[in-house]
Design a binder for this molecule. Structure first.
Ligand code: ADP
Ligand code: MG
Length: 197
């Protein structure tokens, strides 16, 4: 379960979120929408624990968090399969599993390519494969489909739903269609606070 109680977050003296409250039960899927710069990534950082709130309380009882960052953050000198294998135990034996997750996201033909030889959408899919491979019980997904076309997004979201049925998912997106496909509950950030859509 995730619980934010009256949370205010700021960078230097500039507040980004004010008096936010949020409860996410275990295994629930929620989406967070809102314009660029409204604080969506900041919210994920608070939940991941990489940013402390200025005031209020953040409680997260997840054992393991898979965080898909807004930028793919792949190591450029490693192939796609090696990038995914890094979050497994990075051994020869786990390479098969890394390949399995790349197949799931439709990258069977690109496994040995380095990030520099992949398109933006392909890099995003490697990052998604890595997040799934890591196997957290909480997935924080920051605009994971922003560089993909509509048809591929629909397809990947169907798979994502399938693989995350027993996990808690917080999905940040600009697309109302994607939000509806992944989650029963959709929040938006308005005037620095979370509102139910
Ligand atoms: P979103 O993900 O909705 O686009 P962010 O959470 O990334 O928004 O950012 C919210 C606001 O906080 C923006 O005005 C942004 O410029 C500012 N911000 C984000 N990260 C930092 C940082 N590390 N230092 C200072 N300001 C930041
Ligand atoms: Mg963001």
């Amino acid at each position: 379960m995730i619980e934010l109680k009256d949370v205010t977050a700021a960078y230097q003296s500039q507040t980004v979120l004010e008096h936010c409250c949020l409860t996410v039960p275990d295994k629930a899927h929620i989406s967070v929408m809102g314009p660029s710069g409204s604080g969506k990534t900041t919210l994920l950082r608070l939940i991941a624990g990489t940013l402390r709130p200025l005031s209020g309380a953040v409680q997260v009882d997840a054992k393991k968090i898979s965080y898909l960052f807004q930028e793919p953050r792949l190591l450029p000198w490693l192939s796609a399969e090696e990038n995914v294998n890094l979050v497994l135990s990075d051994r020869k034996e786990t390479l098969e599993e890394a390949r399995h997750w790349l197949e799931v996201v439709g990258l069977a033909d690109a496994m040995t390519k380095r990030p520099g030889a992949l398109s933006g959408g392909m890099r995003q899919r490697v990052a998604l494969a890595r997040a799934l491979a890591y196997g957290g019980d909480l997935l924080l997904l920051d605009e994971p489909m922003s560089a993909l076309d509509e048809a591929l997004s629909v397809q990947l979201l169907t798979l994502l739903n399938q693989y995350t049925q027993d996990k808690t998912v917080i999905f940040v997106t600009h697309s109302p269609g994607q939000a509806k496909q992944i989650s029963e509950t959709i929040y938006t950030i308005k005037n620095k606070t979370l509102e139910l859509l």
